[in-house]
Write a new protein. Sequence first.
Length: 312
Amino acid sequence: MKQKSSPTPKAAPSRLQRELSAGILELIRAEKLAPGTRLAEVALAQRLQVSRTPVRAALKLLARRRLVRVGATRGYFVADAVPATPKAPTKPVPADTDRLFVAIARDRRSGRLPIDVSERDLMQRYDATRPVVQRVLAKLAEVAAVQRKPGHGWRFQPIIADAQARAESYRYRILIEPAGLLEPGFQLDPGWAAEMRQRHEETLREPWKETASIALYEMNAAFHEGLAAASGNRFLLVAVQQQNRLRRFANYDWVFGYERVVVNCREHLAILDRLDAGEHEVAAQLLRGHLERAAMLKTIEMADSRNNNSSK
């Protein structure tokens, strides 16, 4: 009588799978993705700086652990409950972390900080403790602003630093982002839209402080990336994600004051209002105007910076 063979035990997850699955959960938490939000492999691969194959393996691992769920047809989605990040035994003071974040962004944008750094370099330069530096580097790695070097240290990703590059970036965004709202496959996720409204309204209610510029940029980036994702055009989504990565350090150091924060939030909310009403043409016009005004502000900022430097 032929004996039944025992099922082959599943191989233990690789280190890369464990790291990527943890990275995906961190992205879900950081961007406060609502349950049911689709987790696009292409977008995750771009954010985590890897190919789609290991991302797919990490998503399968999370699905087996019921931390994400598999859709009825295909794809992966945010589960109803994502476990909170376990608390570290020694948690750095958030204010110190945020201040270092802004200081690094300011120095990187101005060219005072080299492209390759080590934890010790940053500790000495900013008189910061190792836990604070490690926390900042971890947060920067989550948003693909830095990448750990194969041997030792960290490398900052490319940024948009000069005036001409910034102008070209805005012209490029003006060409593609409003067009995304007119794509035939455009479909706004109601859960994402509600979450965006809540985040913008909270920003308007909270008192402004310099270190809030980090959360402001990440909210803005999530807004523009979310609209690109809703277009249904994968190439447009990748383009917007790339622009967000290149612009990150140029925007972490917010110099336009709280008045512009209010304008920015209200313009975003007005675009959502038009999309909810099905008025995509009007929403596209509002988005174009929003980007044109932002480009004009950046031009003024760069001119002021040159004048200040020449007068010193």
